[in-house]
Design a protein around this ligand. Sequence first.
Ligand SMILES: Cc1cc2nc3c(=O)[nH]c(=O)nc-3n(C[C@H](O)[C@H](O)[C@H](O)COP(=O)(O)OP(=O)(O)OC[C@H]3O[C@@H](n4cnc5c(N)ncnc54)[C@H](O)[C@@H]3O)c2cc1C
Length: 260
Amino acid sequence: MAPASLDEALAMRAERGDEATVLAGGTFLGILMNQGFLAPGALLSLGRVAELRGVAAEGGELRLGAMATHRDVERSPVVREGWPVLARAFSLVASPRVRNVATVGGVLADAVYASDPPAMLAALDARAVLRSPRGERAVSVGELILGYYETCIEPDELLVEVRVPPQPARATYRKFRSRSSEDRPCAAVAAVRGGAGLRVVVGAVAETPQDFPDLCDGPAEDVAAGYAERIEPLSDSRGSAAYRRRVIAAEVRRAVEEVS
Ligand SMILES: Cc1cc2nc3c(=O)[nH]c(=O)nc-3n(C[C@H](O)[C@H](O)[C@H](O)COP(=O)(O)OP(=O)(O)OC[C@H]3O[C@@H](n4cnc5c(N)ncnc54)[C@H](O)[C@@H]3O)c2cc1C
């Protein structure tokens, strides 16, 4: 199914629910389908819905359409000017080949633990807008991503937009890769220091982005030690849990120092 407008897409989504799999850039779905993990009865492609492609600042807030590609975000003058740390986090995903098709909605809705943008968006306090014929709701990244490949998106909802508040001047994104042949991070740290104080979100080390405001007081060493102790890291081909714990301590310290 290839609706040409958002209204049409929402109507089809509400009618078919989980019977039709939403298709954005297809970089995640394509792998699952090619490997035989997924055999959708129908695909609901958002590729023709122009309304979902926008990247614009409105009232000081950044609005990213769900179908904006990673490359759109990385190269947008608006994002580079006002949200440079976000342009950078998106620019560190994989290769231009992937970034030219992978979308903002896709990288949040697939809920892959080893992704880059979710941790950065969480640190910036972004909201994902979910819409259905029942109405609209805006959820934080923490509310959206529930676990491995699991989100709170209901079968009749589409992720239509991501809204990002103004970026504080002091912000950083550190991506740590453990192997030269690997795109995805072993650990990634997004740190922002603004009016509300320090916010640190660690990605790719556990099921969901790890965000502990109660650990964000004090010197960089203490914040880093707190995160390394509190997080229960996972083990995968990019690093064991014990290795990740040491990477978290080093990378959180460096990130906090960068925004001090
Ligand atoms: C070789 C390679 C390397 C990669 N390296 C990295 C990396 O280093 N860092 C990183 O962060 N990511 C990486 N990725 C992941 C890539 O960013 C994701 O595959 C991509 O973001 C998914 O976006 P998509 O638009 O292709 O989604 P799709 O594959 O089309 O969809 C992904 C999932 O989201 C659902 N979905 C999509 N859009 C919506 C919507 N609007 N509303 C509701 N549900 C929706 C789909 O149903 C599906 O379940 C890599 C991918 C590849 C192929």
